[in-house]
Design a protein around this ligand. Structure first.
Ligand code: DX5
Ligand code: ZN
Length: 229
């Protein structure tokens, strides 16, 4: 993975057909996804349960791009090796998930993955000030995590602040929650470069009719690129 700030669209398979992940992943990649975003939920850190490392390992066989795994679990550290073995390229943990985000990010890198740190809407940018040299990505949540299809919460002030704090470091700003062609320009203008989108990518399509996935990805990308500096 080489670093640059070009716009990347990362469809979240939380909005895919859960009985058909392999073909859904193939479809979104064929239709232009840059990364595949995988939302792991534990029913404890967030009020929903999705899937764990064995399922993620099965997804890996279908991902040709980058597998971007967002863990909404607490604790994280006991599962880092399992997600590395499952083939995650990027593992993003929440700063709110435990007292030792610094150790967690070190452990993610030591396991051979890129390290991401996510911030819930109520958490300030300053919470990551002392770990920016240990992170490859900061994920700004624009919904309270747990479910797809929620309304976008404006966190553009936080993104601008983070963009300043990051400076020249090779750290992506990812935005996750409620991203669509209307909100994408706002977050890109505020410094985001990786856009996660679930419902706005999968709406209207299916593995039998994947063309809408491509139209949706292109609409988000066009809106985002028009706002990029
Ligand atoms: C929220 C997840 C998101 C979610 C985004 O808990 O982390 O990745 O799938 O879904 P949309 O784009 O539908 O808001
Ligand atoms: Zn996510």
């Amino acid at each position: 993975m080489t670093f640059d700030r070009k716009i990347r669209i990362a469809p979240s398979i939380l909005s895919a057909d859960f009985a058909d992940f392999g073909r859904e992943i193939q479809a979104i990649e064929a239709e232009g996804a840059d990364w595949v975003h995988v939302d792991v939920m534990d029913g404890h850190f967030v009020p929903n349960i999705t899937f764990g490392p064995p399922a993620v390992a099965a997804f890996r066989r279908h991902v040709k791009t980058i597998m971007d795994v967002h863990v909404m679990i607490a604790p994280v550290d006991p599962f880092i090796d399992a997600f590395a073995k499952a083939g995650a390229d990027i593992l993003t943990a929440h700063v709110e998930a435990g007292p030792h985000i610094h150790r967690t990010l070190q452990a993610i890198r030591a396991a051979g993955m890129k390290a991401g740190v996510a911030l819930n809407p109520g958490t300030p940018a300053e919470a990551v000030a002392h770990v920016l040299d240990l992170a490859d990505l900061v994920c700004v949540m624009t919904v309270n995590p747990g479910f797809g299809g929620q309304k976008f919460i404006d966190m553009t002030d936080k993104m601008r602040r983070l963009r300043q704090m990051i400076g020249d470091r090779p750290v992506h700003i990812q935005v996750d929650g409620g991203v669509d062609p209307e909100t994408a320009p706002l977050v890109v203008a505020a410094g985001a470069d990786v856009l996660v989108a679930g419902s706005a990518v999968f709406r209207g399509g299916s593995v039998a009719n994947p063309a809408p996935y491509g139209q949706n990805i292109r609409a988000i990308r066009a809106a985002a690129e028009a706002a990029a500096g």
